[in-house]
Design a protein. Structure first.
Length: 424
């Protein structure tokens, strides 16, 4: 039997999908291996941005040219199938990952399986599928797939489709199972956690109440949520966020500080509503770690519109901003519109990037000398032990145990992380 290697790109949802595919393959008797010894590579793709798609295309070609069979899964088959090398052995859509064993068997015999078309009619509940249990501190629990938004620039919805929320009892079951296996952090993931449950008569706040009622010392990181949904149950959500088991972390993308650009983006909320949500959280949640996303250079973004975004950033002062340069995605409405000159987009992006680093550094500097509680995650990429504070700021320690809650003194700060040492 072929040895299989899985490469996953993009969001935490893709990570969870990869663990499902790995579990199905192991159950079927396949060996999951490192790349060097693999006969077949599954490339679990992301296609949210044009540069990402280009990287996916090159990576697939590189793996095929190395003599390996390649199976492509993830969002790229839905967003731009023409970008996939025709020599691949199989192509699976995001709602066809339960066919991964069939795809590998086809590749072994030289046949080609393509399971992308008709994905809208397929309805698989991924919480009913197995997962591999890797060693670690954090475990991703998908709470749904798809969204209820109509953003004019987004191609991800072509892959994930309309919202399908997973039943609360299944989500809670997976959380309990993960905790029983020693995980200390639960990452709730979806394309938009803010609209969870709208299709099954519940909402995110109710789900969080059930999860925080579970016994044990653990933390929950809630994934990205869009303002147009959050505002519908704002008070209820803020109240449950006060529970000590939920990280004081809010990922609330604004995308633009100009109402006209938001309208063109199809975002279905106003700048005022975004600020109302932020103010409500900050009023009740001390030291909230606010993350947001901003797209610069969207078609029609005037100098005034960009300055409105800059002024919003200065008013709100998020802890972190994910700044993206607009890039048209195939099949989207916005791709038909005339774009801005590349030099102007780069100029605005660089300005906003400098501003966000300045604000982040000023915010993080307030932690200098303080004692904070930290959940350690394990070895850092550049040495030491990586951990997360209770508002999910990254902190690096010189040493320490993994998967433990520690008291830590912050000894140094930067715009992107904190440095600390265990308190004796």
């Amino acid at each position: 039997m072929m040895k299989i290697h899985i490469e996953t790109y993009g969001c935490t949802r893709n990570r969870a999908d990869a663990e499902i595919m790995e579990a199905l393959l192991v159950r079927a008797g396949y060996e999951i291996s490192e790349l060097d010894s693999a006969d077949c590579v599954i490339v679990n793709t992301c296609a949210v941005k044009d540069p990402t798609e280009k990287h996916m295309r090159l990576r697939i070609k590189e793996l095929i040219d190395s003599g390996r069979r390649v199976i492509v899964t993830g969002c790229l088959p839905h967003v731009n199938p023409d970008a996939i090398d025709q020599r691949v052995s199989a192509v699976l859509g995001v709602k066809s990952i339960d066919r991964i064993v069939e795809a590998v068997k086809a590749a072994e015999t030289g046949k080609k399986l393509i399971s992308v078309e008709g994905w809208r009619e397929r309805s698989i509940d991924k919480l009913e599928l197995p997962r591999v249990w890797k060693r670690g501190v954090a475990f991703v629990v998908p709470i749904g797939e798809g969204c209820l938004n109509g953003c004019t620039y987004c191609a991800t919805r072509f892959a994930r489709g309309v919202l399908k929320s997973y039943r609360p009892e299944l989500v809670v079951k997976w959380v309990k199972e993960a905790l029983s296996r020693g995980y200390r952090e639960i990452q709730l993931s979806s394309e938009d956690t803010g609209c969870y449950g709208f299709d099954i008569g519940t909402n995110l706040a109710s789900l969080l109440e059930e999860i925080t009622a579970i016994e044990g010392d653990f933390r929950v990181r809630v994934g990205m949520m869009n303002p147009n949904h959050v505002i519908k149950f704002l008070d209820e959500l803020v109240e449950v966020y006060r529970d000590e088991k939920i990280y004081r972390f809010l990922h609330l993308p604004v995308q633009s500080g100009d109402d006209e650009i938001l309208r063109r983006m199809g975002r279905a909320y106003s700048v005022e509503e975004f600020e109302e949500i932020v103010e409500a959280f900050r009023r009740r949640i001390p030291e909230l770690n606010l993350n947001t996303d901003i797209i610069v250079g969207f078609p029609g973004e005037s100098e005034e519109a960009f300055q409105n975004t800059v002024e919003l950033v200065k008013r709100v002062r998020p802890d972190k901003i994910n700044v993206s340069r607009y890039s048209p995605r195939p099949g989207t409405i916005a791709a038909r519109w005339k774009g801005l000159p590349g030099w102007k987009v780069k100029e605005r992006s660089r300005y906003l990037h400098r501003l966000r680093l300045q604000i982040a550094h000023e915010i993080n500097s307030r932690y200098l000398g303080r004692e904070v509680e930290v959940l350690t995650h394990g070895a850092g990429k550049k040495g030491g032990i990586e951990g997360r504070t209770m508002n999910y700021k990254e902190i690096i320690l010189p040493d320490g145990p993994t998967g433990e809650f520690l008291r830590v003194r912050v000894e140094k700060t930067s715009a992107t992380y904190l440095l600390g040492r265990m308190v004796e």
